[in-house]
Design a protein around this ligand. Structure first.
Ligand code: HEC
Ligand code: HEC
Length: 217
């Protein structure tokens, strides 16, 4: 009787393994995945983290999936800090970013800037450039000496932001804002740069820069 029962259990297990084996393996991998991603998350501090408040618009780890929302990943910490201060003090205006930046403490601003500066910049796969505009933009970048400030690979440095792989609609909106005096930078550099650019030039620049693959730093 005992032997029969044992045999029965064995058969049952074999049938269960055959039927659900793949699901069980899947469940194991899912658990493993949850464990490793939780560990990676907690490496930045306990839940909830202040950077979570940015994910909805600026994307996971600061890599935006939307052409109008800028990526923060890989931006120099000094640049990010300066922009958050500028939003908080009203020198740079945007409906949601002003009140949000005002609500952040100095310590939170520092931690956010350091966190996003450390994240790797990813390629802007969601954007399809117009080949003609892209070629025109490349010439304008060479003629405009953008690399002198924004870095040889346009990856940014110190107070100069990364432009390579940034959202196309965002880039164009910023170039338009500098040209029309709606965004003013402390040095006045971008006012001078955009002074000689037509609206078509600014569009071409945004196509070239958005499609430019970020390089490793
Ligand atoms: C509801 C959407 C939204 C949320 C949430 C949000 N942002 Fe923004 N943020 C924007 C938009 C849109 C812009 C571009 C503003 C403009 O066009 O000038 C922006 C711009 C910025 C910039 C300037 C980027 C640059 O390249 O100059 C920084 C820095 C920034 N946000 C940081 C943050 C941080 C940090 C958080 C979370 C604490 C956050 N944002 C949450 C929408 C959002
Ligand atoms: C003399 C230095 C200098 C040169 C040359 C320069 N820039 Fe800039 N640029 C800056 C600075 C400084 C900022 C940040 C302004 C601020 O703090 O608001 C900036 C910001 C920008 C931004 C906004 C990025 C963001 O994340 O919001 C864009 C776009 C940009 N520059 C494009 C260009 C292009 C295209 C060229 C060449 C045609 C160029 N710049 C040449 C100094 C320069």
């Amino acid at each position: 009787m005992k032997k029969k029962l044992l045999l029965g259990t064995g058969v049952l297990l074999a049938i269960l393994a055959a039927l659900f084996g793949r699901d069980l393996v899947g469940l194991y991998y899912l658990q493993d995945h949850i464990e490793t991603t939780t560990k990676a998350y907690e490496a930045e501090g306990p839940w909830p983290q202040v950077a979570d408040a940015c994910t909805g618009c600026h994307g996971a780890k600061g890599s935006s999936q939307h052409q109008r929302y800028p990526s923060l990943a890989g931006q120099p910490a000094a640049y990010l800090t300066a922009q958050l201060h500028s939003f908080a003090h009203g020198q740079r205006t945007y409906p949601n970013m002003g009140p949000l930046a005002k609500s952040l403490s100095e310590d939170e601003i520092k931690r956010l800037a350091d966190y996003f500066a450390r994240q790797p910049a990813s390629e802007n796969h969601g954007f399809q450039p117009d080949p003609g505009l892209r070629a025109k933009g490349e010439k304008l970048v060479a003629a405009g000496g953008c690399t002198a400030c924004h870095g040889a690979a346009l990856m940014g440095q110190a107070q100069f932001p990364r432009l390579a792989g940034q959202g196309a609609d965002y880039l164009r909106a910023q170039l338009d804002a500098f040209a029309e005096g709606r965004r003013v930078d402390p040095t006045g550099a971008m006012k001078a740069v955009t002074g000689s650019l037509s609206p078509d030039d600014r569009k071409a620049l945004s196509h070239y820069l958005a499609a430019l693959a970020p390089s490793a730093k």
